[in-house]
Design a binder for this molecule. Structure first.
Ligand SMILES: *[C@@H]1O[C@H](CO)[C@@H](O)[C@H](O)[C@H]1NC(C)=O
Ligand SMILES: *[C@@H]1O[C@H](CO)[C@@H](O)[C@H](O)[C@H]1NC(C)=O
Ligand SMILES: *[C@@H]1O[C@H](CO)[C@@H](O)[C@H](O)[C@H]1NC(C)=O
Length: 419
């Protein structure tokens, strides 16, 4: 039985990673059902307890099943990605400075491929927009975004002198009041605050999920809706998109042709708009929802639960992925295609990756290579994605890896875990 104090200690201490390098048990992983006994009144999140169990399991699994790889990437040299709230003030400032640095470097994407790309940061947005119909499919969504987020982290380090690693935003910890979280509170060490109230699209009273015209869920406006006017990103420029925005007054992108590879990549420079929504986060990214997701019996269940159900958004269910986007809403946050234009995107996707990593490592033997889904967006009749399919990040990052390479965070090009 784990007492809340023990669990708390595990959560707080890097000692959670102090698993011995040589383990004798080969089949046994932690029985995480015991963690259900933690009293609901405890302020320890169940989802974090599962993540701690996953961290230990992953090491046991690697040391027993992949000893060669474990010699290369192990508890002594793996990187631990942390939540923003756990960063010190100077670590936060270093990260912010590096993101701003990327927005001042020249883009690598040729002008004719992306007329609107103004800087190095836009290369990442452009790749996401350009590969949407390839990436936002069931088969490689998780692996692709793991690679994308890691490549972004590497670029901050290699090209902007950042010494740390990508932070994540732990949804359930701030589900009741995201605007008060250190990532979104508008302070000098946040990723910017809410948008201004008052200058929103006056005729739009809600965001419709999945579409404004035929909403299954209607998200009411929060206190924002205008340009972000507090924190280090108040002068941030969004240059690309929109492609599928829910904000009806966002100016359209000059490139609208879906067949020439340029859709959304024309120059459309505008402010960063947010409308932080506790209404959304409190319902669909709370601890109970995330814990239920982490207990998904197979990858298909995890996938659909993450995305809003097998018949998405029916039964008033949004799923953590969509809810995470609409926790900030606005432009480009609410536009799945151009959403990386808001640097908060990588905090949300860091957490998406952490949730997948947790689920995988609660039962690594069965789950590390579990894959589900086809290669095209919303087309269940297309070919299934396979572990041998390649992924590239266009002009954002050099090279190609396979989905298989991205299945373990301690293998392929990666060597990181989460706390
Ligand atoms: C709001 O709606 C009114 C009446 O339908 C219309 O005349 C006006 O142009 C709309 N304003 C915006 C900003 O869409
Ligand atoms: C794709 O995988 C599913 C199981 O996830 C299977 O039922 C289906 O037959 C596969 N489709 C093809 C074309 O192989
Ligand atoms: C968009 O994708 C096409 C096809 O993969 C590729 O040829 C083109 O270079 C890409 N454009 C950008 C901006 O990445």
């Amino acid at each position: 039985m784990w007492s809340a104090a023990v669990v708390g200690a595990i959560l707080l201490a890097p000692a959670a990673f102090a698993a011995p390098q040589t383990l004798t048990t080969s089949q046994e992983y932690l029985d995480y059902s015991v963690l259900d006994t933690i009293p609901a009144s405890s302020n320890v999140l169940q989802a974090d307890v599962l993540a701690s169990a996953a961290a230990i399991n992953q090491q046991i699994y690697q040391s027993n099943n992949n000893p060669t790889q474990w010699r290369k990437c192990n508890r002594n040299n793996a990187v631990y990605r942390r939540e923003w709230a756990a960063f010190s003030t100077s670590e936060k400032k270093d990260y912010i400075k590096a993101v701003q640095c990327m927005s001042k470097l020249a883009p690598k994407t040729p002008k004719e491929k992306c007329p609107g790309c103004q800087n190095r940061y836009d290369d990442f947005v452009a790749t996401h927009i350009n590969q949407t119909f390839f990436i936002h499919n069931t088969g490689n969504f998780l692996a692709w975004h793991r690679y994308f987020t890691w490549a972004y982290e590497q670029t901050l380090r290699k090209e902007c002198g950042y010494k740390g690693y990508q932070p994540y935003y732990n949804w359930p910890r701030w589900a009741n009041n995201p605007a008060a979280s250190p990532a979104l509170d508008g302070s000098a060490t946040s990723m910017g605050g809410n948008g201004l109230g008052g200058d929103r699209c006056t005729n739009q009273t809600f965001y419709g999920i999945p579409t404004q015209a035929q909403p299954l869920i209607e998200i009411p406006h929060g206190a924002g809706g205008g340009c972000v006017n507090s924190g280090p990103f108040k002068d941030w420029k969004v240059n690309l998109g929109p492609v599928f925005t829910d904000v009806t007054c966002t100016p359209p992108n000059p490139e609208t042709d879906f067949t020439n590879g340029l859709v959304g990549l024309g120059k459309n420079t505008r402010c960063l708009v947010r409308d932080i929504s506790a209404w959304t986060s409190s319902q669909w990214t709370n601890d109970q929802q995330v814990t239920k997701l982490l207990k998904s019996k197979d990858i298909k269940t995890l996938w659909y639960d993450m995305q809003g159900g097998e018949n998405p958004f029916t039964n008033n269910f949004m799923g953590v992925h969509t809810a995470g986007h609409f926790t900030i809403g606005g432009d480009p946050g609410s536009d799945f295609v151009s959403s990386p234009g808001d640097p908060w995107f990588f905090f949300h996707h860091g957490q998406i990756d952490r949730v997948w990593w947790t689920w995988q490592n609660l039962d690594p033997k069965k789950r590390v290579n579990a894959i589900y889904g086809t290669i095209f967006l919303a087309d269940p009749t297309a070919a299934n994605a396979t572990l041998d399919d390649g992924m590239n990040l266009g002009y954002a990052y050099p090279g190609t890896i396979t989905i298989r390479d991205a299945m373990s965070t301690l293998a392929g090009p990666f060597c990181y875990a989460y706390v």
